[in-house]
Design a protein around this ligand. Structure first.
Ligand code: AMP
Length: 139
């Protein structure tokens, strides 16, 4: 497996070089809206520590990340009035990974509504900002 590259897109989001619609932030974790959401309220949760994906992450990073993911998932489900929530995570290109900085996807799910395609359509920035605000209010 290749080495972690700190110049990946999410590395730049952490540094603030690329803007994001933040939902949650603390010393070691960041959660923000996915710009190409597969469902309304699609959030990404990332550790600030660099690892390429789950396979090379330190156990304590994973332990913390899944706890923050649970917290944000609860808030996203409540804020978006979703009927369920799916947690998704890809490792390496063959598995569908496109950004090589560890992240969990939080996908609010709605009865009878199919997921949109992965890395499909860019969402409206105002809509993403509104969703981020709603989810933040539940945290
Ligand atoms: P994956 O395929 O699991 O690596 O997922 C990467 C995700 O990052 C995709 O769902 C993209 O829509 C999303 N994404 C890519 N660039 C950005 C960005 N600048 N801000 C927010 N989400 C992004």
């Amino acid at each position: 497996m290749a080495e972690y590259d700190p110049d990946n897109i999410f590395g730049k989001v952490i540094k603030g070089d690329i803007p994001s619609h933040k939902v949650f932030e603390d010393d070691d974790t960041l959660a923000f809206m996915d710009i190409m959401p597969m469902s309304r309220g699609h959030v990404l949760v990332i550790p600030k520590t660099g690892s390429r994906n789950l396979l090379d992450a330190a156990p304590q990073v994973l332990a913390n990340l899944i706890q923050k993911t649970q917290r944000v998932a609860r808030a996203a489900m409540a804020a978006m009035e979703a009927d369920g929530v799916r947690i998704m995570q890809f490792n390496e290109a063959a598995a569908g990974q496109t950004v090589f900085h560890l992240h969990f996807h939080i996908l609010p799910m709605y009865e009878g509504v199919a997921l949109k395609s992965h890395t499909g359509e860019m969402a409206d920035a105002d809509e993403l900002a509104a969703h981020a605000e709603k989810i933040r209010a539940e945290l």
